[in-house]
Design a protein around this ligand. Structure first.
Ligand code: RB5
Length: 151
């Protein structure tokens, strides 16, 4: 079951280290008829990931886009930035099983990947897995998620 909402675009962002992967993911999704919104970066020139992560997080947090996909070299800097937003649950995944659990247990709304540590093929497999996995809706997971955001 896909988590894609046909009324919303998938939000993407990366820094220079994730740029080529982001481009490939956008082409992959668009070829499947999935609409995307690209929040940058737009080249492999060295840049600062927060510049692109914050607008991407805001688009997902506001509900304008869903879900998000983000990449940097390790996935850590961009995850840290995205997760500063109260409504964001960004999950760093480097294999499909982690994407399944991030969706089933954490209802992650942004998938983050470490571009320098996975192949392009692995990235696309992780993306497809993430988008195909619904939240489990189990009470214990919903209860824990409700406790994540600061009050
Ligand atoms: C860029 O060199 C690198 O620091 C960045 O992509 C990311 O890994 C930071 O967390």
């Amino acid at each position: 079951m896909s988590i894609i909402n046909p009324d919303k675009k998938v939000a993407l962002c990366s820094d220079h280290a994730g740029y080529e992967y982001k481009k490939a993911i956008i082409e992959h999704l668009n070829a499947k008829g999935i609409a995307t919104e690209d929040f940058g970066t737009f080249s492999t020139d060295s840049c600062d990931y927060p510049e692109f992560a914050h607008p991407c997080a805001e688009a997902v947090e506001s509900g304008r886009c869903y879900p998000g996909i983000a990449l940097c070299g390790t996935g850590n800097g961009i995850s840290m930035t995205l997760n500063k937003h109260q409504g964001i649950r960004a999950a760093l995944c480097w294999q499909p099983e982690l994407a399944v659990l991030a969706r089933e247990h954490n209802d992650a709304n942004i998938l983050v990947m470490p571009a320098r540590f996975i192949s392009p093929e692995q990235a696309l497999e992780i993306v497809d897995t993430f988008l195909a996995t619904p939240f489990s809706d189990e009470e214990r997971h919903a209860r824990r998620i409700a406790q994540i955001a600061l009050r």
